[in-house]
Every structure is written in structure tokens, then in C-alpha cells.
Design a protein around this ligand. Structure first.
Ligand code: MV4
Length: 447
């Protein structure tokens, strides 16, 4: 087992990893930027190394500084958390070359799943259902016209290097294809330095349901059921839940089986997520695979009583998984609390937290790195806490969430707490009647 793990991240996820390491008797090294010197991950780790100034490009993304920090502290593994270097194949390779275990995917796996057209081709070969569309990259606008005619409009063109919705366009009819083709390619080229595009039939009003998987170094994988992440705004998830209100035992069985097949076909090692689009008739299609721990992992931990960070560390150390799949025994909901103003187009609201009262009690989990007096730096993303409630039923989990949100006082900055509180009373949300389009029609009530 590892003796010392360096956590190449900040905020709540750095703290989350440190907590499991402590429980496993593993020493921890925090890295931090100068603006994060007063952060809790720095205080709670056994050792801490400053790796640069505020901008991520000069600290949390600076591979040489992180490797140097691991070498001077004698860390034998690096946990990258999510974001930053977690899906950077070059970093995974550099760790390997320095004899430091990267607790994440191999460089080859990251590259294969990071290129969406390659990932899709790999899944088709493995027998995982995918949206009908082009076979790989489209060579020309003419070919795009041909494929669109074949599969039928509406279609979606997607950047192979994309993700987070960038370089993606809905095309409703043939005479709109050229303009969207040009602008999507232009956007992808500028954003990713890769303008390769592929095409799919457009799935109308889909749900975003993902399956958590864990694979070990012996080629065995299991799944830990689903998370419904359909409540999103501009490709940022706002709240997630498990089980999905749209799920049936039969659909879970089929999606779980497909996800395990996907993971085993590539000998996936570690924790991963297979993202699916699910249409109104409960057809499901592979969308993307994430080769990292995800922000919303706690809801899975809550409903099946399983520490995903512990499992990541164990499989990275060569321990085999049990091999069985896991079904939800409870219901859990996560609300992402962001330093943003929901009354003002979710505009970022960094600054000092003057007052903080955190919710607690039965079935309430709060994963956060903030405290009263803490100043949220403007350099990083705006998530400051994840509030998770767990109960026997969805109704009780919603009731607990309302109660917990009402107990949560944060002063000094604006937060998304009022948004979540209104969501928990929304008739369509309460009925479990929502798709990825939900936020397009959501309006905050007057203050
Ligand atoms: C789609 C789709 C409809 N049809 N693909 C959005 C992010 C990117 N990873 C894939 N996305 C989508 N792909 C087909 N063929 C609709 C979306 C989509 C979406 C997916 C999940 C969650 C939120 C979304 C919001 C808008 C569009």
C-alpha cells in the first residue's frame, strides 16, 4: 500500500481525499497556490508545499512543480481529484516516468476516451449502444451532407476534442448545415487545436444518466448504478440524484451491463463514469467516458455505503475488486452550492464569507473546504460546497434537503442556495419530470 499520497488539487475534493487517506493510515501532502495558503486542505494534510501563484496555469496545472513537490516529500502516489490535471495524459505519463503512481487512468486510456470519435468507435466495437451517425470523423462538408441525409434531420455535429458542450451544434435542416459546420469547426479549432467533427442524430429532450464503474488491474469491472445529472445550466451540473426518477429495474440492468462491458472491453482500471443519453422511450446511448472521480460521486457513496476514493486507492495499489455490482439501497440528492448569484444570471460572487452556519443532522452530508472568515479566490471555479441528503425515499430526501437548505446561512457572498430551495418546491422537479432542457424554462421567483 502507498505510504504517502500527494493530492494535486484544492478545495473540497482535496479535503475529501485527505480524509480517506487518514482513515487508511496513509500520509498526505497538500499542494497549494499562494491565494490558497489559508485553505483547509493545507491545514489538514500532514505536509504542504506551495507550488506557485493564484492562476491555475502557474500552480495547479504546473506539472513540473507538482512532480518536484512529490519528489521532495517522497510521495509514492498522486491523486489528481477532478478538473486540473485529472484527465491530462501527459501528466499521467510523467508520473509513470518518475515512478509515482497516478491514481487515475493510464495515458493511453485518457487519450482514447478524450478523443470522442475514437471513444465512440471503441464503444461500438465493444457492443455498447451509441447514437446513429457518422463512422468517425467527417472528411468534408459534402460528406456531412451525405451522412445527415442518410440518418435524417435533425442532427448534431460534435467536435471530437469537445466536451462541456463546446464545438457542438444542433442542425435542424440541410440549408443550415454549412453555417453550423463552419462555426463549430472554427470554435473547436480555436478552443482545442483540433477541428475534427463527427455527426449524430439529435436526441430530443434527453436525460443525462451516468453509470459509475470501477475496474481493477486484473481486467475485472463492476458498476455502482446510476446518477441522474439532467439538471444542468450551460453544461454545468447544478444538482444530481440517485436513483434516477426515470430509472426502472430493467433499464438499470441493461445500462449497468453496458457500462461494465464498456469498462472491461478497454481493461479500464480505477473509478470511471460512463455517460449516457436516455430518450423518452428509455433507449440509451453512450455519450462520453470520464476517466476521473467526479464531483457528484458522494451520492453514489451514500446510497450503496461505499467509499469511492478508498476504492480508487486500493485498485491503484493492485488490490482486486469483489466483482459484484451494487444497487442503490437509499435515495440521495446533491446540491452544488456555488458562489454565484442565481438572481443575476448565476454571475460569480467571490469574496469573504463573513458568517457561516452549516446544516447538519440525520442524513445530511456537507463536503466543503470553506469556513467563516474564508475568502473565496476569484481564480478558480465557484463551487464552495456540496450539500447531500440521504433518506429511504426520494420524498424524504427532498424534505431533508429543504430543511438543510433552510438551516444553511452564508453571508458576505451570494450563493445558489435560493435556487436549490426553489427547485425543491418545483412541481416538475418534485414529480421527477425533468430532462436536460429543464433549466431553459426555469425562472427564479421575485425576491
Ligand atoms: C447530444 C445531445 C442530443 N443528441 N447528442 C452535451 C454535452 C456533450 N458531452 C454531449 N451533449 C449532448 N449530446 C445527441 N446526439 C444533447 C446533448 C446535450 C446535453 C447532454 C447532457 C446534459 C446536458 C445537455 C445539454 C445540452 C445538450
Amino acid at each position: 500500500m502507498f505510504k504517502k499520497i500527494l493530492i494535486a488539487n484544492r478545495g473540497e475534493i482535496a479535503l475529501r481525499v485527505i480524509r480517506t487517506c487518514k482513515e487508511m493510515g496513509i500520509k498526505t501532502v497538500a499542494v497549494y497556490s499562494t491565494v490558497d495558503a489559508d485553505s483547509l486542505h493545507v491545514k489538514f494534510a500532514d505536509e504542504a508545499v506551495c507550488i506557485g501563484p493564484g492562476p491555475s496555469s502557474e500552480s495547479y496545472l504546473k506539472m513540473s512543480h507538482i512532480i518536484a513537490a512529490a519528489e521532495i516529500t517522497n510521495a509514492d502516489a498522486i491523486h489528481p481529484g477532478y478538473g486540473f490535471l485529472s484527465e491530462n495524459s501527459k501528466f499521467s505519463r510523467i508520473c509513470q516516468e518518475h515512478g509515482i503512481k497516478f491514481i487515475g487512468a493510464s495515458p493511453e486510456m485518457i487519450d482514447k476516451m478524450g478523443d470522442k470519435a475514437t471513444a465512440k468507435a471503441t464503444m461500438i466495437a465493444a457492443g455498447v449502444p451509441c447514437v446513429p451517425g457518422s463512422e468517425g470523423i467527417l472528411e468534408s462538408l459534402e460528406q456531412a451532407h451525405e451522412v445527415a441525409k442518410q440518418i435524417g434531420y435533425p442532427v448534431m455535429i460534435k467536435a471530437t476534442a469537445g466536451g462541456g458542450g463546446r464545438g457542438m451544434r444542433e442542425v435542424m435542416k440541410a440549408d443550415e448545415l454549412e453555417k453550423h459546420w463552419n462555426s463549430a469547426r472554427q470554435e473547436a479549432g480555436a478552443a482545442f487545436g483540433n477541428d475534427g467533427m463527427y455527426m449524430e442524430k439529435l436526441i430530443l429532450e434527453p436525460r443525462h444518466i451516468e453509470i459509475q464503474v470501477v475496474g481493477d488491474s486484473f481486467g475485472k469491472a463492476c458498476h455502482l448504478s446510476e446518477r441522474d445529472c439532467s439538471i444542468q445550466r450551460r453544461h454545468q451540473k447544478l444538482t444530481e440524484e440517485t436513483p434516477s426518477p426515470f430509472m426502472t429495474d430493467d433499464l438499470r440492468q441493461r445500462m449497468g451491463e453496458a457500462a461494465v462491458k464498456a469498462a472491461e472491453s478497454i481493461k479500464y482500471e480505477g473509478a470511471g463514469t460512463i455517460e449516457f443519453l436516455v430518450d423518452k422511450d428509455r433507449n440509451f446511448y453512450f455519450m462520453e467516458m470520464n476517466t476521473r472521480i467526479q464531483v457528484e460521486h458522494p451520492i453514489t457513496e451514500q446510497v450503496i455505503d461505499y467509499d469511492l476514493i478508498r476504492e480508487q486507492i486500493l485498485v491503484a495499489a493492485g488490490v482486486p475488486i469483489s466483482g459484484k455490482n451494487y444497487l442503490p439501497k437509499l435515495h440521495a440528492i446533491e446540491c452544488r452550492i456555488n458562489a454565484e448569484d442565481p438572481y443575476n444570471d448565476f454571475r460569480p460572487s467571490p469574496g469573504k464569507i463573513t458568517t457561516l452556519h452549516s446544516p447538519g443532522g440525520h442524513g445530511v452530508r456537507l463536503d466543503t473546504h470553506v469556513y467563516a472568515g474564508y475568502t473565496i479566490p476569484s481564480n478558480y471555479d465557484s463551487m464552495i460546497a456540496k450539500l447531500i441528503t440521504t433518506a429511504q425515499t426520494r420524498e424524504e430526501a427532498i424534505a431533508k434537503m429543504k430543511r438543510a437548505l433552510d438551516e444553511f446561512y452564508i453571508e458576505g457572498i451570494k450563493t445558489t442556495i435560493p435556487f436549490h430551495r426553489q427547485l425543491m418546491d418545483d412541481p416538475n422537479y418534485v414529480a421527477g419530470n425533468y430532462t436536460t432542457s429543464f433549466m431553459e424554462s426555469f425562472k427564479m421567483n421575485e425576491l
